[in-house]
Design a protein around this ligand. Sequence first.
Ligand code: 4AD
Ligand code: MG
Length: 478
Amino acid sequence: MKYSKIKELLNSDKAGFDVVTRGWVRTFRNKQFLALNDGSTIHNIQCVIDFENTPEEQLKRITTSAAIQVEGTLVESQGSGQKFEIQVKKFEILGDSDAEKYPIQLRNRPSLEFLRENAHLRVRTNTFSAVMRVRSILAYAVHKYFNEKGFFYFNAPIITGSDAEGAGEMFRVTALPFDNTPRTEEGAVNYREDFFGRETNLTVSGQLEAETYAMALGQVYTFGPTFRAENSNTSRHLAEFWMIEPEVAFNDLNDNMDLAEDFIRYVVKYATEHCADDLKFLEQRLLDEEKNKPQAERSEMALLEKLNFVLENNFKRVSYTEAIDILRNCKPNKNKKFQYSIDEWGADLQSEHERYLVEKHFKCPVILFDYPAKIKAFYMRLNEDGKTVRAMDILFPGIGEIVGGSQREERYDVLVQKMKELNIPEEDLWWYLDTRKFGTAIHSGFGLGFERLVLFVTGMTNIRDVIPFPRTPQSAEF
Ligand code: 4AD
Ligand code: MG
């Protein structure tokens, strides 16, 4: 027996033949109209049940989320909003779902907060299934882009001894205290030496390791989970998130910006072309939501228009120093002030400043570059002015920072000096310094937070809603 996916059936170019399909019940109306979904598409297929010839007992078992197999004829639909429906000849309940106990009652429009507590079931809703399909297609587009450009996929280690960002926001890797675990004299587990006698962490970024590979394979990219132990409860931060980090030998900062822009455009375009139905659904969801908001809070562009805007317009490239001038002289709101003042050159930008630049001033994605050395990581290339580094952040409307990257410091002496200033022990990074000793060359790369990209493309507003099982300070239950 050939089982068909619902997407295939709805896209069929003809009707009038027998089909078998399986899925989960979304709704069941008037003992007759069953909306079935199998995850292959946002659309349900309507299955029309011959209820007069079906025992009541069987009809009662067609409840929300029950798994069911349907056999019948694919026919042109009269009124279900779809081209085709199934005239059911036979159906079989594969798995019952107790309607009294099933937590997600679709009719009551469950909130995103409620659904977050049911992360294992929320993907059965239209919103989450659409988001997760888009996420999957975007991940594919990432690999496709880099492969087409001749990059090699590099798997950075998850367990590592280095703190790439030097921010000290790492999760320590500790083994359970088996008998042979190193112990202090008092008998306590010696966590400092817990990874077979070494101190190790979950990676915050695969960059440093990727640099060593770029210096041999030329152009590489990572795409894997990264971990940050920062205790931030925002709608933009996760403790476990996926990062894409290309690293390219012989690229300078301008090449790096070109690559980032081209890459983002490519994956966004790929999503608009391959997730049209899901994006249309997500756009409508946002429009419905906005109806309840006051006019001033509604967004100026609908989702697809916003995505097309990014595809059609260059990102604005602005130096940190120019940005500070703009921020000093602007009137961000009625109070004419930011919550955090930005009077001093050298201060880090807060998200209100980034949002002002992107959403109010330039009204397009912005690449900020040449940041003060003091607020950036040790590995960034020092500019001739001695006080700025070749760093770049890409800021997106509604998201803030989506990319952080830089040209790397390729000069051995300058790098060692910088590490001394920051108390980073040379013996911890001897292998990293080797790349500067043996055939060093300019090189650049960046990191793009995958979930922030998914947020942008789907129009969702909380990062917890674009990753299957979010890890945040409050939630790691699943
Ligand atoms: O700016 P970040 O910290 O840069 C790096 O880690 C560099 N080593 C990347 C590189 O040059 N190869 O992080 C890069 C991006 C951010 O711009 C943001 O999109 C995302 O990673 N990001 C997070 N996403 C979700 N939750 C968090 N806690 C994140 N922290 C960073
Ligand atoms: Mg950053």
